[in-house]
Design a protein around this ligand. Structure first.
Ligand SMILES: C[S@@+](CC[C@H](N)C(=O)[O-])C[C@H]1O[C@@H](n2cnc3c(N)ncnc32)[C@H](O)[C@@H]1O
Length: 248
């Protein structure tokens, strides 16, 4: 069996995509509420920080694993403010997560400004060199083959295009790490059980964070995929990090 991790479990690689899909199908309905509760709303600030790395709102913009629509909505608002009219696309493997984003964008009356695509980060349904930005927020740790997803990000970006990834990472301070561990393993699955009646899914989310490569290691993987000027910014003491790089 060719194994990979699914949370702290070892599973056959070919089963992981389906297991991850089940997790997100089961949390989709309560996703935004749970996200706000678990992060105490801080995920909005992390996403705002990610958007600060964007400077040119005329570029075509692809947000992968973007089911909630949060990242594309932010890009659209800025592009609109500067009278730019780029193509904006959310791509996610899970149509139930895409529905979460679609409902929000309908409520905000901008549904016709943003395209939706169902697709896997490992084999994106887009042409080579077609996007100015590729973003992925809290998505890449769920992908079975992260190196392959990074190669795909490189393939679809135009020369000069920018890759930006927001993901949970490694706290840089050992005391913060202890508090964060206690919170993650005790409180988050408990909130998942009480609010979403789904302890298992939130246990997976916490465990998947622990399996994700640390800041330096992930930066090396991004370089390995061909990106240049790769760097990262720690947020909230390294609980999350934004990694970025360019296709030259
Ligand atoms: C934690 S959610 C993040 C959603 C959104 N980016 C946000 O930050 O609000 C992770 C998303 O990754 C998607 N996902 C998981 N594996 C994927 C894959 N292989 N390709 C594309 N999307 C994937 C899930 O369906 C889910 O919508």
């Amino acid at each position: 069996m060719d194994n990979t991790h699914f949370g702290f479990e070892q599973v056959d690689k070919k089963d992981k995509e389906h297991l991850v899909r089940e997790v997100f199908s089961s949390v989709a309905e309560n996703y935004d509420l749970m996200n706000n509760l678990m992060s105490m709303g801080i995920h909005h600030c992390w996403k705002d920080s990610m958007m600060e790395l964007i400077t040119d709102y005329s570029q075509n913009f692809l947000d992968v694993a973007g089911g909630t629509g949060d990242i594309c909505k932010r890009y659209y608002d800025k592009a609109n403010k500067y009278n730019k009219n780029p193509i904006i696309n959310i791509c996610d493997i899970n149509y139930q997560m895409l529905d979460v984003g679609r409902d929000k964008l309908i409520d905000q009356n901008i549904i016709n400004k943003i395209n939706f695509t169902t697709g896997n980060a490992e084999c994106l349904p887009f042409k080579d060199m077609s996007w100015g930005y590729y973003t992925i927020a809290f998505g890449i740790r769920n992908v079975t083959n992260i190196d392959q997803a990074l190669k795909e990000a490189y393939r679809v970006l135009k020369p000069g295009g920018k890759f930006i990834c927001l993901e949970f990472s490694q706290p840089t301070n050992k005391y913060l790490a202890k508090i964060y561990d206690a919170y993650s393993f005790n409180i988050i699955p408990f909130i998942g059980k009480i609010v979403a009646n789904n302890q298992h899914a939130y246990q997976y989310l916490v465990e998947s964070i622990r399996n994700f490569p640390k800041q330096q290691q992930f930066a090396a993987m991004i370089e390995q995929a061909g990106f240049k000027n790769v760097n990262y910014i720690n947020l909230t003491g390294g609980i999350t990090a934004i990694h970025y790089g360019y296709r030259i």
